[in-house]
Design a protein around this ligand. Structure first.
Ligand code: PXP
Length: 253
């Protein structure tokens, strides 16, 4: 495992840099470099970098993971599907954290949480070597009691609760459904914490939606990517991250 500096903040911000690679790959060139972006993100005060190495390599590449592992001072959270190929890559790099996500080629982004309860045995065997290698294993799931219990049973250290539905309802003006989803996130953050799991959250978060999630006392880390990289087009990476940090701190206070 790498000796990165792990922040002891009550609420960490992990920044997902996948979409810097999306822009690069649109031209098949070397620019913009996600590792350079990650160093700027680090300097702006982020507590970690998140990158999703997809089976089809549509954004982050294997070389990006090599570069991030070599360059980062903050921890890397490697998001990946539960496949043998990804397991071998994670075991070679031994990142601080590995977040297991569902993956379907046809999806635009990680659309739902992992169905842990349906695949418990295989996932338990899948994560065991990652844990032994020293990576903290996180499971990306919907705010659902059965999934949390299954994540606990397979030996995950962390659950990351999917905030995508909450953010979508907000964006579509469906505020009653948004508030119901937020209540589910609130209850399930508390339930997971009660089991001894560390609780993270992420997907789709923006300046408009971050505060209620950041205010949940059991949540230790938010992972945010697409919005921050998009906002960086207008204001730059550093100000976009500092503003997100400010909103998180304000919500927590
Ligand atoms: N957390 C997980 C597990 C994810 O898969 C993603 C998207 O890759 C994120 C957080 C970040 O989502 P977004 O890019 O929408 O902020």
């Amino acid at each position: 495992m790498t000796e990165n500096r792990l922040s002891d903040r009550a609420l960490r911000l992990g920044v997902n840099i996948d979409h810097v690679a999306t822009v690069r790959n649109a031209r098949g060139s070397a620019y913009p470099d996600p590792v350079r972006a990650a160093k700027l993100v680090e300097a702006a005060g982020a507590d970690g970098i998140t990158a999703h190495l997809r089976e089809d390599r549509r954004h982050i590449s294997d070389a990006d993971i090599d570069g991030l592992m070599a360059a980062l001072e903050v921890p890397l959270n490697l998001e990946m599907a539960a496949t043998e190929e990804m397991q071998a890559i994670a075991l070679r790099h031994r990142p601080h954290a590995v977040c297991i996500v569902p993956e379907r080629r046809e999806e635009r982004t990680t659309e739902g949480g992992l169905e842990v309860a349906k695949d418990e045995n295989r996932l338990a065997h899948f994560i065991a070597p990652l844990r032994e290698a020293g990576s903290r294993v996180s499971i990306f799931i919907a705010a659902d009691r059965a999934q949390i219990e299954a994540a606990y049973r397979i030996g995950a250290a962390v659950v990351e609760l999917h905030t995508g539905a909450y953010c979508d309802f907000h964006a579509e003006g469906r505020f009653e459904e948004r508030d119901a989803e937020l209540r589910r996130l609130t209850e399930m953050a508390s339930f997971a914490h009660g089991l001894g799991l560390e609780v993270h959250a992420g997907h789709g978060l923006t300046y408009d939606t971050v505060a209620p999630v950041a205010a949940l006392p059991e949540v230790r880390e938010l992972n945010i990517g697409h919005f921050l990289v998009g906002e960086a087009i207008f204001v730059g990476l550093d100000p976009s991250i500092r503003e997100m940090r400010r909103l998180m701190d304000a919500a927590r206070a």
